[in-house]
Design a protein around this ligand. Structure first.
Ligand code: ADP
Length: 310
């Protein structure tokens, strides 16, 4: 990235504590809360404001349920179609083998390959749906304060390498840079939860940039105000995000209008960044984003190094 045009939106955001939506909702219910605290009966206007705030929340919830239902059903259509296709191909193969006394090995190989394709697709779509359901359950655990995070000594280099390695199966170029001298960056965290958080960034980087664009992952040690933190950056060269949307993207099911999926994958439930933020913050980490519309985005997180723990 990197442009010197001062008029261009260049945004560095850290710790957006309240989204605009939450602030608006708080402002709306504030008079009612104050009224209730002082013991005075609520004014008609206050009741009306409360009703409007509730209606807005309800609308948001309804649209999430309808989008989630749609997204969860989409893989089922492909799963069903491919299962039927595999069954038809299997039946055809069975008849063919039954009719032939001599089996032609190369023809059989090609038929088996044709059988493999829909089965692979089924597994891919089942995994996709499984991931959406896990995210949904994790969001509910975060909100009820019951998300399980088991902190222990672990190696961030290994976690990042695993995550990048798993994403390579998606046929995308992901450049990983780790500090030359460090094969081990000891952190005190939950390795599965850190990998889950990083996966959310990696899949967004791939989703919101064209398949021929690389994704860069950079692992560094940051010195800040006498403390040392490990930092992971995920850089994409995709759509970028407008400055006035950077506070909102961490909300459940918030999608930036006008930003479309670029790589043909499904849109998902809109829970990735909410979970990313919750998982990192619950491990004493910090998060942030730097984005230039039309050029790309850089999401990052830091985690405290293990030796700083007492
Ligand atoms: P989802 O991607 O499933 O919609 P997320 O919570 O992961 O949900 O992201 C919220 C929104 O933030 C996305 O819908 C998209 O509009 C925007 N966004 C997230 N990551 C990126 C990115 N790397 N580039 C551009 N837009 C992004």
């Amino acid at each position: 990235m990197g442009s010197s045009d001062a008029s261009q939106a260049r945004n560095i955001h850290q710790y957006p504590q309240h989204s605009q939506e939450k602030l608006a909702l708080q402002a709306e219910i504030e008079p009612a809360v104050q009224g209730a605290e002082s013991g005075s009966p609520p004014e008609a206007e206050t009741i009306q404001q409360l009703e409007q705030a509730l209606l807005k929340t309800r609308k948001r919830f309804d649209s999430f349920i309808s989008a989630a239902g749609h997204e969860l059903r989409t893989p089922l259509t492909t799963i069903k179609g491919n299962a039927q296709l595999a069954l038809r191909r299997l039946e055809k193969l069975r008849r063919k083998v039954g009719q032939q006394e001599q089996i032609d090995a190369s023809a059989l190989g090609a038929d088996l390959e044709r059988l493999q394709q829909p089965l692979d697709y089924i597994v891919y779509r089942v995994n996709e749906q499984d991931k959406m359901i896990s995210d949904l359950l994790d969001v509910s655990r975060v909100q009820s304060g019951k998300i399980s995070i088991v902190m222990r000594p672990c190696n961030l280099v290994q976690i990042v390498q695993n995550a990048v390695q798993n994403m390579h199966e998606m046929n995308r170029v992901i450049d990983l840079t780790v500090p030359e001298e460090e094969s081990q960056i000891a952190i005190h965290a939950d390795p599965e939860r850190v990998e889950q958080a990083l996966n959310a960034l990696l899949s967004n980087a791939m989703k919101y940039s064209m398949p021929d664009r690389p994704v860069k992952v950079l692992l560094t040690i940051e010195e800040r105000e006498a403390s040392r933190m490990a930092q992971v950056q995920v850089q994409d060269y995709g759509t970028g995000i407008p400055a006035d949307e950077l506070d909102n993207i961490w909300d459940i099911s918030y999608r930036v209008k006008g930003i479309e999926v670029q790589d043909g994958s499904s849109v998902g439930l809109g829970l990735g960044l909410f979970l990313f933020r919750a998982l990192i913050e619950r491990q004493q980490g910090a998060i942030g984003v730097h984005s230039v519309p039309g050029e790309g985005s850089l999401f990052w997180f830091t985690l405290p190094l293990a030796q700083q723990e007492s």
